[in-house]
Design a protein around this ligand. Structure first.
Ligand SMILES: C[S@@+](CC[C@H](N)C(=O)[O-])C[C@H]1O[C@@H](n2cnc3c(N)ncnc32)[C@H](O)[C@@H]1O
Length: 341
């Protein structure tokens, strides 16, 4: 991890270049995205202004190219090592690391999962009674369990990981035969009817290498008037230095650990972050594919698919703040939203 830039170093460089942190903040780097679309007036015409303008331009270009490339590459990369390695990583995770802070192994998390579903989706607890729900890419079934506690009428859960499917079957068993767990690839025909009241897909599509195709397969299953819930990684927010630092840190760690056996990744991550945070870090660092999306691109797909009556979208900023390795704290930026067809 020698190539990781510490936040302290970034700050030192910024301070050397631009003066105090405060002045730097005033110059717009910490500004809200909407304030940051043009170079801040104070830096216009300066070297900083030029650098900012060039960086913004390059970021826009990369984002557009990446979007295009994903459409071109989506089905071609499916038998590539990055896709296999990503799937294997999750399978290893569900078989060997089922415990974590945000997992049913944590009694506090388990007790609150129904409320968490309500908070994330904005749907009141009463709405779920008797509903037909899908948990797409269910992992070990933590949300499936939550739907059980909310009293849904039936739940179809699926995942590509055999380890995940086995764990989800265990967790779903107490809710009876109306809860089924299947092994499915979200990128293939799911063979499921188009009558789900809610299709829930938390943190899955951005790991598949073909988010667009996976989304189309899920959309087909939402009944008219039904809901689609997605959590998808978002690009860093312009103006939020902590988002850039976070993704850079993740990238550096992924690079450093990438070619190690899973057991060795586990050993190092546990040594660095402790047992409680091991699951979360393994989940964030070990999978190879972690695509980031702009909201406007996702929105264009969803609108094209007819999700336009009601839109509910917010940036996922969990109350829990993840400590980073610099000893600072930050909040993750992900897109999380509920849509009605
Ligand atoms: C970050 S985990 C999220 C699991 C679960 N939704 C949760 O929030 O606990 C991503 C999940 O997506 C699954 N997955 C990845 N690619 C998939 C695919 N092509 N089809 C179905 N599931 C897939 C993985 O096996 C893994 O369980």
């Amino acid at each position: 991890m020698s190539d990781r830039i510490s936040l302290a170093r970034i700050k030192r460089v910024l301070k050397r270049t631009f003066g105090s942190r405060r002045r730097f903040a005033l110059e717009g780097v910490d500004a809200k995205p909407e304030d940051n679309s043009a170079p801040p007036a104070k830096t216009a015409g300066t070297r900083l202004g030029l650098l900012e303008a060039r960086t913004d331009f390059l970021q826009d270009e990369v984002s557009q190219l990446r979007s295009l490339l994903r459409h071109l590459a989506g089905d071609r990369i499916q038998d590539w090592p990055i896709v296999r390695a990503t799937r294997d990583s999750f399978d290893y995770q569900w078989r060997n690391l089922p415990e974590g802070e945000a997992m049913p192994s944590n009694p506090a998390w388990k007790a609150e999962v129904g409320k968490t579903i309500g908070r994330y989706s904005g749907l009141p607890a009463e709405w779920f009674a008797g509903k037909k729900v899908m948990d797409a890419g269910c992992g070990l079934g933590r949300w499936t369990y939550g739907f059980g506690t909310l009293g849904v009428g039936s739940c179809v859960s699926f995942d590509i990981s055999e380890g995940g499917v086995a764990r989800s079957r265990e967790i779903a068993a107490p809710f009876g035969p109306s809860f089924t767990v299947l092994r499915r690839n979200v990128l293939e025909d799911l063979g499921l009817p188009a009558d789900f009241d809610l299709v829930w897909c938390f943190g899955v599509l951005h790991h598949t290498g073909d988010t667009y195709r996976g989304l189309q397969n899920l959309i087909r299953c939402v009944k008219p008037g039904g809901y689609l819930f997605l959590m998808i990684y978002g690009e860093p927010r312009p103006g939020h230095i902590e988002d850039y630092a976070y993704y850079h840190e993740m990238f550096s760690m992924r690079k450093a650990l990438r070619n190690l056996p899973f057991e060795e990744k586990v050993r190092r991550l546990e040594a660095a972050y402790g047992k409680d945070k091991l699951h979360g870090y393994f989940d964030a660092i070990s999978p190879d594919i972690n695509d980031l999306y702009r909201w406007d691109e996702l929105e264009s797909w969803l609108r094209a698919a007819g999700f336009e009556k009601e839109f509910f979208h917010f940036f996922f900023q969990p109350k829990k703040v993840y400590p980073d390795t610099y000893g600072h704290t930050f909040q993750l930026h992900h897109h999380i939203f509920l849509l009605i067809s």
